[in-house]
Design a protein around this ligand. Structure first.
Ligand code: PAF
Length: 277
């Protein structure tokens, strides 16, 4: 399948909708300005690609809140530490575009690093209190990278609403806090976690797991559910994760009425969370 640049969109025969591809800010703006002039509400789902059903559920949710849905695919180098998996992070653009077209997305933004960080990588915003602890204790660079790429994406895409998955629950809080702190006129909406038939939270990083690791990974949601029900404490949940075969636990903690966890299986780091009951 071929995709046309933003100025000459292609029509999807099954959904009868056109999907624009924009690689530059000019391409992006030429389409969005037309929509805004028509009074249309723009929903935005930023992603790093390697799309799974969790991402697609965010596109569907965005379509319920907006007239036009924009998705971006950009593997953001500034949210990876030098020892992390930036180089290995799965890049599946052709497959991603097919999924987005089938989901009825109106425009896909595919910027290069130069387009996003035109003017340099200097931070323009800082993460607030929601970034303290949890992920930041183990990935201190992470939220600085996330807020700075999301702020740049927001300023280029200028959406009315933006969707983020609840799997990265702390990230969702950090972004909601940034939007308030910097008076950005964007409504942030969280999308429920998509899970496989055994409850494993869908993640692009699940692609790294061997068949044996996948079976172990599928225990995580069950153990967190027990902790969320108050049947075991967070430290007991951490011990159970180790007993199930996880190699290292970064944290299991209660915050925002959720039990949140991050744990390692071999070289793969998985996160998940469950609302307390
Ligand atoms: O959640 C992600 O995929 C990324 O952190 C995001 C929000 C697209 C920023 O790079």
């Amino acid at each position: 399948m071929t995709y046309a640049p933003a100025v000459s969109p292609v029509k999807n025969s099954s959904t009868n909708k056109t999907m624009h591809i924009a690689r530059t800010r000019d391409d992006l703006q030429s389409v969005i300005q037309g929509w805004k002039a028509d009074g249309l509400r723009v929903g935005f789902v930023p992603t790093m690609g390697a799309l799974h059903d969790g991402h697609i559920s965010l596109m569907t949710l965005a379509a319920q809140h907006a007239d036009k849905v924009i998705a971006s695919i950009f593997v953001n180098p500034t949210q990876f530490a030098p020892h992390e998996d930036f180089a290995q992070y799965p890049r599946t653009e052709a497959d991603d575009l097919q999924k987005l077209e089938a989901a009825g997305v109106a425009l896909v933004y595919l910027p290069t690093e130069d387009v996003i960080y035109e003017g340099g990588r200097e931070p323009r915003v800082s993460p607030g209190k929601a970034a303290e602890g949890l992920e930041s204790d183990f990935r201190p660079h992470f939220f600085g990278g996330v807020v700075n790429v999301v702020e740049r994406l927001f300023s280029q895409v200028t959406p009315d609403i933006a969707m983020f998955g609840e799997k990265d629950f702390q990230q969702l809080q950090v972004i909601a806090e940034m939007v308030q702190a910097y008076d950005m006129p964007i409504e942030i909406i969280g999308g429920p976690i998509a899970r496989d038939s055994e409850g494993l939270a869908l993640s692009s990083r699940n692609a790294y797991l061997s068949a044996e690791e996948l079976q172990i990974a599928r225990q995580m949601n069950k153990i967190l559910r027990d902790a969320a029900r108050g049947e075991i404490t967070p430290p007991q949940a951490a011990s159970k994760l180790l007993a199930a075969g996880f190699d290292k636990i970064d944290y299991v903690e209660k915050r925002w009425n959720r039990i949140l966890a991050a744990a390692w299986l071999g070289k793969t780091r998985l996160i998940d969370n469950m609302p307390t009951q």
